[in-house]
Design a protein around this ligand. Structure first.
Ligand SMILES: NC(=O)C1=CN([C@@H]2O[C@H](COP(=O)(O)OP(=O)(O)OC[C@H]3O[C@@H](n4cnc5c(N)ncnc54)[C@H](OP(=O)(O)O)[C@@H]3O)[C@@H](O)[C@H]2O)[C@@H](O)CC1
Ligand SMILES: Nc1ncnc2c1ncn2[C@@H]1O[C@H](COP(=O)(O)OP(=O)(O)O)[C@@H](O)[C@H]1O
Ligand SMILES: [K+]
Length: 505
């Protein structure tokens, strides 16, 4: 499980260590230099003679880079630095002693054109607001140089790419895109959330011993393979189909029959003991012809999946979905509310056992109905804020889909799951996610009902479903090829099996 903390929490955790004289910056710089050397070698280059350009702001982030440049210079690297102001004094002294060359802004372009590696130490967790001059002009110029180069430089960010919001991943102005981010002590939410994540590249975490001084509640969590065993029900000798959870699925319509098939496929693949389908007669026939194990008579269920592909313009279908939603809330049964059915929450409040699964467009519609309009673009620029707002307004758990899926209930921590490539963005992939989430909620159904409002578990399960969905997509697209949503559903059992068998991550 990845845990990410806000800058204030990181600062507070650093304080007692610094008081004890723990050389945090030295450790951070050593890790940064080691990473540069490792990457240079991985490119097949010799370390001595490699040209490295450090971009050095006036704070401790610049200090990290100055000490790292000093270490690199002692290894024979040809190290230069561009300063934005008065630098970290000890770092400057160390770098000068080691022979790092300090260049003025006028030489930035030529240094950037020839350096194999750029190290970004303009700003770290001390940054406030959009990148300001002179850092802004440096980033602008570097991005111009980058596109003009025959071979792109290797860009390594110290702690975070300069220009991204450490706490929320927003990018209010320009930011310097990195291939690798060497983050100090612990991950920051901005490295996991969109759009900041897109600037961070691969993330390397440097242990600094902060853990015992961090608050018990991180700002953001992310499910990994090893967490799945805690959430997925592995059947034992006493299990039977009902104890394994029954999912009710009311999805699809004559207009969108495929949604019925995709959501039920995923509900089956997710490991519930039984799937009951409650859609129109025509789609029922389709579903059963493809999946003879699906039951169409109604009985008890432990979770409902409502809405994917339902034609909400059809008053009868819409009122049937609304009735199921109300009944489930009364009975304490968790519900996945997907696609057009999300609009039902325009006027009613629900408990957090109702999980809505909007994409940015659907969330925009819901927020507008609730009198807090945000455009799609505004949601994409700050998805965690938008998801939290929707959860607070409706009471529901929100799983906002995108290249990084974000899940939260009104008060509990935020979950974020990224890592799936754009191949996953294919029609029907959301229907698959809804069915899969219904399957895991059904496995927890009675327990969630006993917990009353859910106690944050639906958000955790939504994150787990999102993780498995991303892994299933990755199994399907492999090293990269177009896929369709039914392939994602087909790969769910393998994704769950691999996660259950995993001991790493
Ligand atoms: N504490 C430790 O021992 C450890 C800390 N560590 C490292 O320290 C980093 C935090 O250092 P920090 O607190 O000094 O802040 P930092 O990120 O360098 O930024 C401050 C500078 O940026 C400037 N600035 C601000 N906003 C700006 C903007 N929008 N656009 C442009 N400039 C802006 C601001 O200018 P000012 O506002 O003062 O004019 C000031 O000059 C952390 O990320 C990690 O790398 C690690 O080594 C582990 C041990
Ligand atoms: N750029 C992207 N990279 C990876 N996954 C994405 C990206 N954009 C969207 N997704 C995922 O693709 C799915 C799309 O779902 P959705 O938009 O609801 O499609 P549909 O309604 O056709 O089922 C979601 O699971 C979402 O997480
Ligand atoms: K930085």
């Amino acid at each position: 499980m990845l845990r990410a903390y806000r800058s204030d929490d990181v600062r507070q955790a650093e304080a007692p260590l610094l008081e004890r004289g723990v050389p945090l910056m030295d450790r951070a710089a050593a890790a940064l230099a080691t990473e540069v050397i490792r990457r240079v070698r991985a490119l097949g280059n010799r370390v001595p003679g490699t040209e490295v350009l450090g971009l050095v702001g006036s704070g401790n982030n610049g200090g990290d880079v100055l000490f790292a440049l000093a270490r690199l210079a002692r290894r024979g690297v040809s190290a230069s630095a561009i300063l934005t102001g008065t630098p970290h004094a000890a770092g400057y002294a160390a770098a000068s002693r080691a022979g790092v060359r300090f260049a003025d802004a006028g030489t930035l372009r030529s240094l950037a054109e020839s350096a194999e590696v750029w190290i970004d130490g303009l700003v770290g967790i001390g940054a406030r607001g959009p990148l300001r001059e002179p850092a802004l002009e440096i980033v602008r110029e570097l991005e111009e140089v980058r596109v003009g180069r025959p071979v792109e430089p290797l860009v390594i960010a110290a702690d975070l790419p300069s220009g991204i919001g450490a706490d929320d991943g927003t990018v209010p102005g320009l930011a310097l895109r990195a291939n690798v981010t060497v983050t100090m002590g612990i991950a920051k939410p901005g490295l996991v959330l969109d759009p900041g994540r897109r600037y961070a590249g691969e993330i390397v975490q440097v242990p600094l011993g902060l853990e015992e001084f961090l608050p018990s509640e991180p700002a953001l969590l992310s499910v990994g393979a090893r967490d799945i065993a805690d959430m997925w029900d592995v059947p034992g000798p006493d299990s039977h189909k009902y104890s394994r959870g029954v999912v009710g699925v009311m999805t699809g319509s004559l207009r969108y029959p495929g949604a019925a098939l995709l959501s039920t496929s995923a509900a089956l693949a997710g490991g519930a003991g039984m799937v009951r389908y409650a859609g129109p007669r025509e789609t029922s026939r389709l579903v059963v012809s493809q999946h003879p194990e699906i039951v169409t008579d109604m009985g008890r269920v432990q979770a409902w999946v409502l809405g994917s592909g339902v034609n909400m313009d059809d008053p009868e279908a819409a009122s049937e979905v609304a009735r199921r939603l109300q009944e489930s809330i009364t009975a304490g049964i968790p519900v996945v509310l997907d696609a057009g059915a999300i609009t039902l929450l325009g006027s009613i409040d629900v408990p957090s056992t109702v999980v809505i699964t909007p994409h940015a467009g659907e969330l925009a519609e819901l927020l507008a109905a609730r009198g807090e309009p945000l455009s799609r673009e505004e949601i994409a620029a700050a998805p965690s804020r938008a998801a939290r707002l929707a959860a607070t307004l409706t009471g529901a758990t929100v799983l906002l889909k995108g290249s990084v899926d974000v899940a939260c209930a009104p008060d509990d921590p935020l979950w974020a799951q990224g890592g799936a490539a754009g191949w996953r963005a294919t029609a029907g992939a959301g229907d698959v996610l809804a069915g899969l989430l219904g399957s895991i909620l059904a496995q927890w159904g009675d327990e969630l009902a006993d917990l009353g409002k859910g106690h944050g578990i639906p958000a955790r399960l939504a994150a787990a479903a999102s993780y498995i969905h991303g892994r299933a997509a990755a199994i399907a697209y492999g090293t990269g090829r177009p896929i369709v949503a039914s392939e994602i559903a087909g790969a769910i059992p393998q994704a769950i099996g691999e996660a259950l068998a995993s001991t790493g991550e």
